[in-house]
Each structure stands twice: as structure tokens, then as C-alpha cells.
Design a binder for this molecule. Structure first.
Ligand SMILES: [Zn+2]
Length: 230
């Protein structure tokens, strides 16, 4: 089907989501020039790194890392905007595969039993057509072989306008932002899970997720995000 690929890329060229240049045949996700310029955190699997410290005292965490630093208006912000708002589920999966390949040299994935993406509220899922965190996790799963679990935790509130709410209101919502499904214990008890999300900012969403999950017996939690707004 390469003639078809050639033909469709002639009429519908794949554009880099960061610089908007036409991508070459072998380039995946973002163009090579942009990829070389992206701000990799290089935290890898370093125990007790700064990102991991953000969660200390909030819930027991095994390890945490992120692939890129996030800056408002920067290249990573443009990439994530495309992943979320320009209907690019394949780009999300490609970024998941990039995370997996860049971390595969470290021992970050050792002992992880399953990948648990932060869920979207069903209304938001319908609106977007996919969950970017789930697509990222699917990309990671393709390369690492670690299974994906999307049916243990659900989002109870659609906190789309969270930025307009006061700190107190946000905390109130965050306390009950997620809920366990009836099959959660069967799926996750005694497992070491990797919570995955696109961007880490204050850590309140991931903490709310962990607060809901931590009641499962024997569960251990690690965190991986594509980007970290430090
Ligand atoms: Zn580019």
C-alpha cells in the first residue's frame, strides 16, 4: 500500500505539530529537528528525583518521572495542544512509544504490573473522542508489553472549569474527583501500577487519583507523565 501512502501524503501531507513543516517519510510524531530541540528532563529512573519529591507526604509513591519539561507557549505545550484539541490519537500513541523507548534503558518499567491512565469524565471523552492519557499508555504498552487497565477507576466530575473555581472549591471536588469501579479490587489489588498522564502541574489530579486507588490492598503506585510543568 506504499503507493497509497505516497499518494495520500502528497494530498494530505503530515505536518509536524510543533513547527508545522511537512514531515519526512521516516519521521514519527514530530519532525527530527523539533525532536532534537525538545527539553528532555533526563530524570529517567533516578530514585528520589525532584518530581518524585512533589508527591512525598501526599501518598506512598514508588517512583516518578516525566519525559519533557513543560513551559507555557513552548514546543511541548504546542505538542500537547495538538494531542488534546486537534484530534490526534495516533500522535498520543507515538509519544507513548517515545516515552517507552527513551526509558527502556533505565529500570523504570521493572516490576510494573499494569498501566493505569488518568480517566477523563465520560462527557469529555465523548467530546474529544478519545482520552489522550489512555492513548499515551497504549503506546507505552505496545513497546513494553505491560497491559493497560482502563476499567478500575472512573472520573466522577467534569472539572473543565476548574481554573475558575476557588482553591477551597477545587479541594472539595478533588477529594471526590475519582471513584473505583466494582471490579477495581479484582483487577489491581496487590499490583504495582503506573499511573500515566499527559502533563503534571500541581500534582492535584494525580494525587486525587492515588487517594482513590490507595484503598486497594497491597497496591503500589508509580507515576509517569509526558511533561512536567515544574
Ligand atoms: Zn517540527
Amino acid at each position: 500500500m506504499s503507493w497509497w501512502t505516497d499518494l495520500s501524503s502528497f494530498f494530505f501531507p503530515r505536518l509536524c505539530p510543533i513547527c508545522n513543516r511537512k514531515m519526512l517519510a521516516g519521521e514519527k510524531g514530530v519532525c527530527t529537528l523539533c525532536l532534537l530541540d525538545l527539553p528532555f528532563t533526563r530524570l529517567n529512573d533516578r530514585a528520589g528525583n525532584e518530581m518524585e519529591q512533589l508527591f512525598w507526604g501526599r501518598f506512598p509513591i514508588e517512583r516518578a518521572t516525566s519525559l519533557f519539561f513543560y513551559a507555557k507557549g513552548g514546543d511541548v505545550a504546542r505538542l500537547i495542544h495538538a494531542m488534546k484539541y486537534r484530534h490526534r490519537p495516533a500522535l498520543c500513541r507515538e509519544m507513548g512509544r517515545l516515552m517507552a523507548s527513551r526509558l527502556s534503558a533505565s529500570r523504570f518499567f521493572d516490576g510494573i504490573d499494569c498501566l493505569v491512565p488518568v480517566p477523563l469524565h465520560p462527557d469529555r471523552f465523548r467530546q474529544r473522542g478519545y482520552n489522550q492519557s489512555e492513548q499515551l499508555a497504549a503506546g507505552i504498552s505496545q513497546l513494553t508489553g505491560i497491559p493497560l487497565c482502563t476499567t478500575a477507576i472512573q472520573r466522577l466530575y467534569n472539572n473543565t472549569t476548574q481554573t475558575q473555581k476557588s482553591g477551597a472549591e477545587r479541594m472539595q471536588i478533588d477529594g471526590q474527583l475519582f471513584g473505583l469501579t466494582p471490579q477495581a479490587a479484582t483487577l489491581l489489588a496487590g499490583k504495582h501500577i503506573l499511573l500515566t498522564d499527559d502533563v503534571l502541574t500541581t500534582g492535584s489530579t494525580l494525587t486525587a487519583c492515588a487517594d482513590t486507588l490507595k484503598h486497594l490492598p497491597g497496591l503500589r503506585i508509580s507515576i509517569l507523565t509526558l511533561a512536567w510543568s515544574k
